[in-house]
Design a protein around this ligand. Structure first.
Ligand SMILES: Nc1ncnc2c1ncn2[C@@H]1O[C@H](COP(=O)(O)OP(=O)(O)OP(=O)(O)O)[C@@H](O)[C@H]1O
Ligand SMILES: [Mg+2]
Length: 335
């Protein structure tokens, strides 16, 4: 009964459940539990750049709470849905009814739809509603916030007492919430799912990216061409090539793995990375420089960056006279 996109059997085993992913699962759980125990809706927003993995993370969370049938009807612990575009109050109400499996989702006046919605949310014992692509509450032509829809949502949340998690593009969700102070008050928790950062003064950021890259190698079943003298350089090229965005990294890794397989090669060499970057990422990211075109030994420096900003990591490592191979983060803390 009803559409449940979180129930689709897509790539669960290829998911990388990295620390931020788990932290966000805990934040969502907390909102759900607090709302249950206090009887008040503790809502949360999540924003981030396109491809950061917001939908993937949420659908993975929702999958733990599958719908189930009971003699009294279907129970839906988590209702996940995408905000329609363009969105109207009626359109959103219809979509929610549809997602809950109401056979008469498209029928009736706004008032009757609203009362059915409240009834179904309670009857299906919904504990959390996820509204993905919440930025659709901003009209794409006029850039105006659809105040009627956000106000309707506020009333629905207050009336049902069920928490909402709204998810969307960075900056936009915050704008929508800010435009309605009562709605804003309901969303005390504001989280972000950012791209991986490359911040030399915080080596942990680089280590986090390194760990994720390592996990992608396992997912695609192929190793990157690491070399003890160029680990840091390769990692930096990968970050530049993908902007630290998961979707871009997965695209690059999956593409290179497939090409390597077709060519009967075990490793993802620089030439394959360069070819896949050119074909699958360069245009979307508006990048003119292909970071994989430089041979080993020629450290990659992005076009606008001054070489003095990035002292040579190898020299520094040598100067310390370490015998043990340093961690990637240690190596890169000088970049
Ligand atoms: N944790 C992960 N493990 C493996 N792959 C992931 C993960 N997160 C995201 N991806 C990959 O990145 C792609 C984009 O992720 P997703 O659709 O979740 O991004 P998004 O932040 O919702 O983007 P948008 O704002 O455009 O909707 C997915 O299709 C998947 O291939
Ligand atoms: Mg998404």
């Amino acid at each position: 009964m009803g559409n449940d996109p979180t129930a689709s059997p897509e790539m669960h085993d290829t998911l990388i459940r990295y620390p931020r992913f788990q932290e966000l699962h805990e934040d969502i759980e907390m909102c759900k539990e607090l709302s249950k125990s206090s009887g008040e809706p503790h809502c949360m927003s999540l924003e981030g750049p396109t491809g950061a993995g917001k939908t993937t993370m949420i659908q993975d969370y929702a999958r733990q709470f599958a719908r189930y049938e009971t003699p009294e009807g279907i129970k839906i612990p988590i209702l996940y849905m995408e905000t329609p575009s363009p969105v109207t109050v009626k359109g959103l109400a219809m979509k929610m009814l549809e997602a809950m499996g109401d056979p008469a989702a498209h029928k009736g006046t706004q008032t009757s739809m609203d009362s059915r919605l409240v009834h179904f949310i309670q009857h299906c014992e919904i504990e959390l509603v996820v509204l993905d692509d919440f930025q659709h509450l901003i009209d794409s032509e006029t850039e105006k916030i659809l105040a009627k829809v956000s106000n309707w949502l506020k009333v629905l949340i207050k009336e049902t007492g069920v928490p909402f998690l709204v998810v969307g593009i960075e900056g936009k969700v915050e704008l929508i919430l800010k435009s309605n102070s009562q709605l804003s008050r309901l969303f005390a928790v504001r989280e972000e799912l950012q791209r991986f950062q490359w911040n030399p003064s915080t080596p942990e950021t680089i280590q986090e990216f390194a760990n994720f890259v390592q996990a992608t190698e396992e997912v695609v079943g192929r190793k990157l061409p690491w070399r003890s003298d160029s680990d840091a350089d390769l990692l930096y090229r990968l970050h530049y090539a993908t902007d630290g965005v998961i979707a871009n990294l997965m695209n690059l890794m999956r593409g290179t793995a497939l090409l390597a397989q077709k060519q009967g090669r075990d490793k993802l060499d620089l030439d394959i990375l360069a070819a896949v970057f050119e074909k699958r990422l360069a245009k979307h990211l508006y990048k003119k420089t292909n970071p994989f075109k430089k041979e080993w030994g020629e450290r990659f420096t992005p076009p606008q960056e001054l070489p003095t900003d990035q002292p040579n990591a190898t020299t520094k490592r040598g100067a310390k006279g370490k015998k043990k191979k340093p961690s990637v983060a240690e190596t890169l803390s000088t970049r």
